[in-house]
Design a protein around this ligand. Structure first.
Ligand code: KG4
Length: 327
């Protein structure tokens, strides 16, 4: 049996979790900074890193307490070191280094995107390779061919905005609130067939890229030309196009490679309409693996979870490991 502490501070959530054997979540504590950033409609790096610093020790104590473990019970400590806001990443990584040194336990530095794609394997499912990984969050939209632990080939990524970022920017433009994804999803559900039909994004076959700046401009132009347009129909049409591109790309990648499992993770994976669309597209033995909504957004259980896979394979990091803004 191995007990791991996971720490996460790459963006605007500070989180600490204790996980057993990379599978069983004993505690998963998250402190969201949404209220601190709401007035700015986005994450302010200086505010984020200061808030991480103020909260991380409290969260570590809570995570240990809730799991019934103490520092001396830990077998390893894992922290996200890439990608993210550099000043924010430093807080979890430095905390993990101190715990590793003082307790004499291995340190594992984790790729945040790989951690997201590990989230569904904390819910009783065995991780089986290969699979297509679709990571959709506020900062990233990336499609991977995942062959093993740390073995992920990028198939496609966004040429401009991330999908979650497009939700956030359209919500800001329409004055709907922050973060944009959940409010747009809710409003779109009330559209009752009055959708606005926006052009398909990047329709050519064989293209593996994502792009969201065109649809954003299309929405803005539509509002300028139709100032009284029904907001629900508008965001419904926007959401359909944004999600449809994710579904098309994920299935095209899986089918062209003969892979039947698609793992979808990141904040946008919490979207119920995306889940419906993915299920609707499934054929034969194809399976869609998505974490429950609470494990889609940033958390530290996924960090401790993927950290266990590295720990188990003896793939540790030294205290010289650094943070990286990009992967
Ligand atoms: O993974 P995450 O917590 O980390 C960041 O990248 O910050 O994702 C947050 C993003 C935000 O852009 C938010 O608008 C989006 O995920 N999001 C959603 C939904 N819930 C969160 N997007 C669409 N539908 C949702 N239900």
């Amino acid at each position: 049996m191995a007990l791991g502490l996971g720490l996460e501070s790459s963006c605007d959530e500070t989180a600490a979790a204790v996980v057993r054997d990379g599978r069983v979540v004993l505690s998963n504590i998250i402190s969201s900074q949404i209220d601190l950033h709401r007035d700015y409609y986005g994450v302010v790096p200086e505010i984020a890193s200061r808030a991480h610093l103020e909260t991380i020790n409290i969260l570590i104590e809570k995570a240990l307490e809730e799991s019934g473990a103490s520092f001396k019970d830990l077998d390893y400590v894992a922290a996200t070191n890439r990608p993210g806001l550099v000043g924010s990443l430093l807080i979890a990584l430095l905390s993990a280094k101190v715990i590793s040194r003082t307790m004499g336990i291995p340190l594992v530095a984790v790729n945040h995107l790989e951690a997201h794609l590990y989230a569904p394997f904390l819910e009783g499912r065995e991780q089986a390779f290969p699979y297509i990984g679709l990571l959709v969050s506020g900062g990233n939209t990336v499609l991977y061919h995942v062959r093993g632990v740390g073995d992920m080939e990028i198939i496609g990524r966004t040429a401009d905005d991330a999908a979650g970022e497009a939700f956030d920017k359209i919500a800001k433009y329409l004055d709907l609130g922050y973060p944009g994804g959940p409010v747009i999803e809710k409003l779109a559900r009330t559209a009752a067939g009055k959708t606005v039909r926006f052009p398909k994004i990047l329709p050519e076959p064989g293209d593996t890229r994502f792009s969201y700046s065109g649809i954003k401009t299309a929405v803005i132009n539509y509002v300028k030309q139709n100032p009284g347009a029904d907001r629900a129909g508008l965001v419904h049409g926007f959401q359909e196009r944004v999600l449809e591109l994710l579904v098309r790309r994920a299935f095209a990648a899986a089918r062209s490679r003969g892979i039947s499992s698609i793992v979808v993770a990141g904040g946008v994976a919490a979207n119920g309409r995306l889940r419906e669309m993915l299920d609707g597209e499934k054929r034969g033995s194809e399976e869609i693996i998505i974490p429950s909504p609470g494990l889609c957004t940033d958390n530290a259980a996924m960090v401790a979870g993927i950290g266990f896979r590295y720990f188990d394979a003896g793939r540790y990091d030294s205290c010289a490991v650094d943070v990286h803004g990009r992967v």
